[in-house]
Design a protein around this ligand. Structure first.
Ligand SMILES: C[S@@+](CC[C@H](N)C(=O)[O-])C[C@H]1O[C@@H](n2cnc3c(N)ncnc32)[C@H](O)[C@@H]1O
Length: 303
């Protein structure tokens, strides 16, 4: 099992701009959900704008507030500079005839409107190619004034790469010469369901991404043991997805509260837990008494 390998999971309560002072490896995949710059409109379509979710009660303290302070001053160009330095180099050759290669890539979550700015900024840093991705939700979080109007039920991301089509793992099996066995791979569609997390994942951040979705993206774009970086990790959801899929993880988060909660609640590392003889019945890792759900396989653990 891939999880038996000791995985690196290093996180820093610091700006990604300070990466030079950290022992960090280059990434096969960078996943980022950059601060949205939605400023004072963050709760604009959400019932929490009003006290008790009802506009008859007047505005709540969240009305006119941003989700977090960095919403206003995030520097996109610094972000792409970080990525150009910390993403692995291109392999010497690409995949044959339109096939994927071992090249790295980056996935940036964004709104529809942000795509154009991101594409321009990425191009200036050598990420000239991109694939838009759409994640489809079963319902819309935009509950206010929802009748008789079109409401958002999708999230988007752009997958950027430099020149060769990146590593895409799609279930293909390989023979002993490293050639893909006919009929074993599947296409990767440019849309997928946005599967929500259950109770086993703590809710820490206002714009937290689902670990299930992140796991799916990580499994498509990397192999077990590959390095994934999230430069703005918020709740630590990408780190958790890496732990659960056997990938190495490095991450930055400037907000101390999010950092502490990610460290203590989301990134529960089996090898750092207090020693205990209690084991998960499914995957066999040792777990301390306080853990009720196995962080690796999600199995409920009896005491
Ligand atoms: C949109 S949120 C990320 C949410 C995250 N994807 C999740 O699932 O929880 C962006 C995060 O970036 C952090 N941030 C902003 N500027 C940063 C910087 N320069 N370096 C590191 N983190 C930063 C913010 O504090 C915020 O928590």
């Amino acid at each position: 099992m891939t999880h038996e390998k000791k995985l690196k999971c290093e996180i820093w309560n610091d700006s990604m701009q300070n990466w030079k002072s950290k022992p960090i490896q280059k990434a096969q995949l960078i996943i980022a959900d950059v601060p949205y710059n939605v400023g004072t409109n963050f709760y604009g379509s959400n019932p929490v704008w009003y006290k008790g979710g009802d506009n008859k009660n007047g505005e709540s303290k969240l009305a006119g507030k941003a989700a977090f302070a960095s919403d206003f001053n995030f520097n996109l160009y610094e972000y792409f500079h970080f990525c150009s330095q910390l993403m692995r180099k291109e392999p010497k050759k690409g995949g044959a005839r339109g096939r994927s290669s071992d090249a790295p890539c980056m996935i940036v979550f964004c709104s529809f409107q942000q795509q154009f700015t991101l594409i321009e900024a990425a191009k200036k840093h050598g990420f000239t190619k991109y694939i838009p991705l759409t994640f489809v939700k079963k319902s819309s979080p935009q509950a206010l004034k929802a009748n008789m109007r079109i409401v958002g039920a999708t999230e988007r991301a752009l997958l950027f790469y430099r020149s060769y089509l990146p590593k895409f793992r799609n279930g293909a099996e390989y023979d002993e010469d490293g050639k893909p066995i006919r009929g074993t791979g599947h296409m990767v569609l440019d849309w997928m369901e946005y599967e929500r997390d259950g109770k086993e994942i703590p809710k820490i951040h206002p714009t937290q991404k689902s670990v299930k979705l992140l796991k799916r993206l990580i499994e498509i774009c990397t192999d077990p043991g590959d390095v994934v970086i999230d430069p703005c990790f918020g709740s630590g959801s990408t780190g958790r997805a890496c732990l659960e899929t056997g990938r190495q993880f490095y991450g930055f988060e400037i907000n101390k509260e999010f950092y502490n909660r990610a460290k203590n609640e989301m990134l529960i590392l089996p090898d750092k837990m207090p020693v205990s003889e209690r084991k998960c019945s499914k995957c066999g890792i040792k777990l301390p008494e306080s853990i009720k759900i196995c962080p690796i396989c999600g199995t409920e653990v009896n005491s």
